[in-house]
Design a protein around this ligand. Structure first.
Ligand code: GUN
Length: 294
């Protein structure tokens, strides 16, 4: 069994990006600039955004954090998005989700200029991804594909079972795994909360991507020997053993499943660290205007 070290790969990629940015700077080129809009004071969102700002520093990017109280109106938020869309120094920006209930997340996502949508959530980016055109791929699926690539894991012709059908992970990663590409070229089955034969599907899988948000869901009796397991789950489970009072827990019962795997991602330290570097990669691409050529 080989552990997929997402933390180390993320460190390498950040170093590669920083090197490229240093070269761009030395030639007097444009320094990539990411903006993040944070609404309210949700603990998880605060932490994620702080990590994104820190990653920008590590990569040599400029970053701008725009904060609003959770009483902000949809119109105010839309005005700020319009301002960022038109700001030529900002290459890409994100609106941290979730948003308060009185604001339509879909309306906000669709207001972002798709050429600055480094989260890859805009329907134009999702559509372009699904037909294999250059686009911004959202962070978690892009991070998973990068891990498979860097570990040289063969996906062509393999049976990949994706557990979960979310717009952010399940659907896009299923699309990428079936794409005519490397990694890709897999036969993909998507299972979800209404699937009748989920265990049978998992037992046939060469690769399992677990993105259900159900801690310790995948057990040893659900996998075959030699399987590759990618664990996307990051549920905060209460724990009296940690200072924070919770333990980040994946969708895979790691202790039980890991001995059966050829490769497995740990939680934490697997997919998680890759998501932020995917955002950094997208921001670099946005600053180089490499995604959309007119
Ligand atoms: N909330 C949880 N994950 C994400 C993400 O990848 N992007 C944004 N904007 N919000 C999130």
């Amino acid at each position: 069994m080989q552990l997929i070290d997402g933390k180390e790969i993320a460190r390498q990629i950040k170093a590669e990006i920083a090197e490229e940015v240093a070269l761009i700077k030395s030639k007097g080129g444009k320094i990539p600039h990411l903006a993040a809009i944070l609404v309210g004071h949700d603990g998880g969102s605060e932490t994620y955004v702080a990590h994104k700002v820190k990653a920008c520093e590590e990569c040599g990017f400029k970053s701008t954090l725009v904060r609003f109280e959770d009483t902000v109106s949809e119109e105010e938020l839309l005005n700020k998005i319009e301002e960022l869309n038109n700001d030529t120094d900002i290459d890409g920006f994100i609106v941290q989700l979730p948003l308060p209930g009185h604001i339509s997340e879909q309306k906000i996502i669709e207001a972002i200029d798709y050429r600055k949508d480094v989260d890859g959530f805009h329907p134009i980016n999702v559509g372009r991804m699904s037909i294999g055109l250059p686009c911004f791929v959202s962070a978690t699926p892009a991070g998973i594909m990068e891990l498979l690539k860097r570990y040289d894991i063969d996906t062509a012709g393999k049976h990949c079972v994706v557990l979960g059908r979310s717009n952010i992970v399940g659907k896009p990663v299923a699309t990428l795994m079936m794409q005519k590409a490397n990694p890709g070229n897999a036969t993909v089955t998507v299972c979800h909360s209404r699937s009748n034969n989920l265990k049978e599907m998992c037992l046939q899988a060469d690769i399992i991507i677990a993105a259900l948000g159900h801690p310790n869901f995948l057990k040893a009796d659900m996998v075959k020997k030699g399987v590759v397991v990618i664990d996307v789950g990051t549920t905060r489970v209460p724990s009296d053993k940690t200072k924070s009072g919770f333990k980040l827990t994946g969708d895979v019962f790691f202790e039980e499943v890991a001995p059966l795997c050829s490769y497995i991602t740990p939680v934490p330290g697997g997919v998680g660290p890759m998501t932020i570097v995917s955002l950094m990669k997208n921001t670099l691409l946005a600053s180089k205007k490499e995604i959309y050529i007119y």
